[in-house]
Design a protein around this ligand. Structure first.
Ligand SMILES: Cc1ncc(COP(=O)(O)O)c(C=O)c1O
Length: 392
């Protein structure tokens, strides 16, 4: 063993602990829901989960996974092109394509893989990729993997800046504009109505990662493009199955048949890594069915977000008014956000503090996320706990 190396790494961790920025990891002993059981803490209220539609503990979603385990076993034990894919993958992908209104969809074991497997596959040295400055890390890493493609960053949601950059790169073969649908740290929406227009004017292709918008935003939960009425104008969607759509894991690309066809042939996570476990595919498929058949669930989630936001505003907190389920409460210093989160946990409320480097220095926050599973009493309990930590 290289003792010196391991010691150096320990010193790095110690430095994080000294700065108060070391994250702690909790262990849950019951399904993800509005409340769950945490090792050493007992019953806790979860205000920081991506389980937006409350489907992670939905009985039919759990049952679907169990049935798939019986039907297909644990998995293919191989990558797709070597040993094939289960029917349940095809069923899921067809349902995802129908949900997004695209010709086809392709699942990955995570949206992280979808983003990092997509971007380098469709871009080459004669292209350009232009990215919102607040995009998710998986999009940033996807762009980094397209290492021969020139890249540029536009100011957050600034469509004039985007247009200027597109003009500078008018000679590029493909111009790919990349954005989150809902920005995960702020909860704001990409201005997709204008973005698709700018793309059209400049002959650019749009890629929207709607991981925090899927199941949450838009009348029927089809995301930010539905909210802006431009669903048929986005070229490529990526999103996750690990949040509103059951919460297990998994991600996907939804786009035209040629784009998906190319990904099947050449996207590295597709050809060098196993497909989603069939259990996860079946749970996600059932989550989509529940969502399709109960669009009222989305409206109810949106009503609850409004309730929570109003309650926090009445208690004197500055809250955003974006139509997502993410409500950041700004704290400032990273150590303070982590401290607030830990004090809240002592009061039985789990809400994560985010600091540098996830968000810029000085803008640390706790990120409140609302779920369909929450009751109004949960929001009041949370607001009381927050008051006692922040004002107490
Ligand atoms: C915008 C965005 N894209 C991608 C991901 C990664 O999703 P997954 O957990 O499916 O890899 C996340 C997760 O936090 C996200 O917020």
């Amino acid at each position: 063993m290289h003792r010196e190396f391991h010691q150096q790494v320990q010193t790095e961790l110690d430095a994080m602990a000294d700065k108060g920025t070391l994250k702690s990891f909790q262990h849950l002993q019951a399904p993800m829901d509005a409340h769950t059981r945490m090792e050493g803490k007992g019953d806790i209220l979860i205000m920081s989960s991506n389980n937006y539609l409350g489907l992670a503990s939905e009985p039919s979603v759990i049952e679907a996974g169990k049935r798939a385990l019986d039907e297909y076993g644990a998995g293919t034990a191989s990558v797709r092109f070597i040993c094939g894919t289960f029917e349940i993958h095809r069923d899921l992908e067809q349902r995802l394509a129908a949900f997004f209104g695209t010709e086809r969809a392709l699942s990955y074991v995570a949206c992280w893989n979808a983003n990092t497997g997509l971007i380098p596959t469709i871009l080459g040295p004669d292209d350009v990729v232009i990215s919102d400055e607040l995009n998710h890390a998986s999009l940033i890493d996807g762009i980094r993997l397209a290492s021969k493609t020139p890249r540029a960053i536009y100011r957050h949601a600034d469509m004039e800046h985007l247009a200027e950059i597109l003009k500078e790169h008018s000679g590029a073969r493909r111009k790919l504009v990349v954005t989150d649908g809902v920005f995960s740290m702020e909860g704001d929406l990409a201005p997709l109505d204008r973005l698709v227009e700018v793309c059209r004017e400049h002959g650019a292709i749009s890629l929207v990662d709607d991981s925090h918008g899927t199941g949450v935003v838009g009348k029927t939960g089809r995301g930010v493009a539905e909210h802006f009425g431009v669903q048929d104008q986005v070229d490529i969607y990526t999103s996750t199955l690990g949040k509103a759509l059951g919460g297990a894991a998994g991600g996907f690309v939804a786009s035209s048949a040629p784009v998906i066809g190319l990904l099947e042939q050449a996207s590295r996570p597709q050809i060098f890594s196993n497909a989603l476990p069939p259990t996860v595919s079946a749970s996600a498929l059932e989550a989509l069915r529940v969502l399709d058949e109960n669009p009222g669930r989305v409206a109810e989630l949106q009503r609850k977000v409004g309730f929570c936001r109003q309650l926090l505003a009445e208690r004197g907190y500055e809250v955003n008014d974006h139509p997502s389920a993410i409500i950041p409460i700004m704290i400032g210093e990273t150590a303070k956000a982590i401290e607030a989160s830990s004090a809240l946990l002592d009061k039985g409320v789990f809400v994560t503090g985010f600091g540098y480097p996830v968000v810029p220095e000085g803008t640390a926050r706790i990120r409140v996320q609302v779920s369909y599973a929450h009751s109004e009493d949960d929001f009041v309990r949370f607001a009381d706990a927050l008051d006692s930590v922040m004002k107490g």
